[in-house]
Design a protein around this ligand. Structure first.
Ligand SMILES: Nc1ncnc2c1ncn2[C@@H]1O[C@H](COP(=O)(O)OP(=O)(O)OP(=O)(O)O)[C@@H](O)[C@H]1O
Length: 327
């Protein structure tokens, strides 16, 4: 398990990571998301002792990275692909890592096989493509057979086969009970790979929840209804939004991701789009109102849509973001 306790990193007057507190559980793939410059790499670097926190702590299994005698056996990381001496062969690079961490030399060929680089193990790492560099980085992370793994943008530069391979690898590492913490900008890939998500913006925590919960909290989730008596149904649904007590009962509790009310958009005389209520609730309301239904369907948000909503005000370098101006 990884535990961040008030983790903070300042570079001069810039706060890259701002009081992050969370736990990344074992046995799961946890996706680490956030706009460019949000502080993901800085956070990961602090977990593996490459950066020193300005305040707070990053713990692996309750201990700081610096306390480990053989850190690669505790936590493996792919942080910068190609962070390898270009003149060294892949095998020599891994052998040097293994030696410094008391790892048997035989493990080097094992991980080279695991990542599919056995055929080029003697070649200079400097001649590797971006994708081969990523595979070598992943081999390095796996070398000490650690219980905790961090991957910063692992599919960067990989072809579709490689992307699928990384997805399966992450899933199988988590299934073995390991802690897998992986950053990515590819939302569709994260939707397929991750169990949980940690979303940050400007160094601060925005969400920490299961993937399904993050998506369920999106206002883009909607229920499409067609009925010859759509107006009656709309009135019934709107009554649900603001009951006599004045408190919206339709807001779907979202477990820390956000709250919202019920909205009805009249698309046409026969068609409505309802947001803020689950599809089965809309079905019951139609039944209670005695309104016939011609269609009742669910439109689910994608993780990408949910993510855009969550991070909308935290984007620093987006096309629409005014540089240097706080949202
Ligand atoms: N060594 C450094 N010196 C000064 N500022 C830094 C340093 N490293 C990172 N930063 C700043 O800290 C902030 C967070 O950067 P970081 O690389 O952690 O973000 P990120 O979420 O990984 O972004 P990306 O998705 O673009 O990789 C950025 O504003 C960055 O410019």
């Amino acid at each position: 398990m990884i535990a961040l306790r008030g983790l903070t990193k300042r570079y001069g007057d810039r706060t890259a990571v701002d009081g992050l507190s969370l736990e990344v559980a074992a046995g799961k793939v946890t996706g680490f998301l956030g706009p460019n410059g949000a502080g993901k790499s800085t956070t990961m670097r602090m977990v593996v002792g490459l950066d020193r926190p300005s305040a707070g702590a990053a713990l692996v299994g309750g201990r700081r990275y610096a306390e480990f005698r053989h850190p690669l056996r505790e936590v493996g990381a792919l942080l910068e692909a190609k962070a390898v001496h270009p003149g060294r062969s892949a095998r020599r690079h891994l052998l040097a890592m293994a030696r410094s961490n008391g790892i048997a030399a035989g493990r080097v060929d094992e991980v080279l096989g695991l990542v599919g680089l056995e055929g080029v193990a003697g070649k200079r790492a400097g001649s590797f493509s971006l994708g081969m560099g990523q595979r070598l980085g992943i081999a390095g992370a796996l070398l000490g057979d650690p219980g905790v793994l961090l991957f910063d943008e692992p599919v960067n530069g990989l072809d579709p086969d490689g992307v699928l391979w990384v997805r399966r690898l992450m899933r199988s590492l988590a299934a073995e009970g390991r802690t897998v913490f992986v950053s990515s900008h590819l939302m569709s890939e994260m939707q397929l790979t991750a169990d949980r998500l940690v979303v940050i913006g400007r160094g601060r925590l925005i969400a920490d929840a299961p993937v399904a919960e993050v998506i369920a909290a999106s206002s883009r989730n909607a229920v499409r209804v067609r009925s010859p008596r759509a107006a009656e149904l709309a009135a019934r649904v709107e009554a649900e939004a603001v009951p006599s007590g004045g408190v919206p009962s339709g807001g779907v509790p979202s477990g820390g991701v956000g709250r919202r009310g019920v909205e009805v958009v009249r698309v046409s005389a026969e068609e409505l789009v309802v947001t803020g209520l689950p599809v089965d609730r809309v079905g019951w309301l139609a039944f209670e109102a005695g309104v016939p239904l011609l269609e009742l369907s669910e439109e689910k948000a994608s993780l990408e849509e949910a993510y855009m909503e969550l991070t909308g005000t935290s984007v620093e370098y987006g096309a629409g973001a005014a540089a240097g101006v706080e949202a």
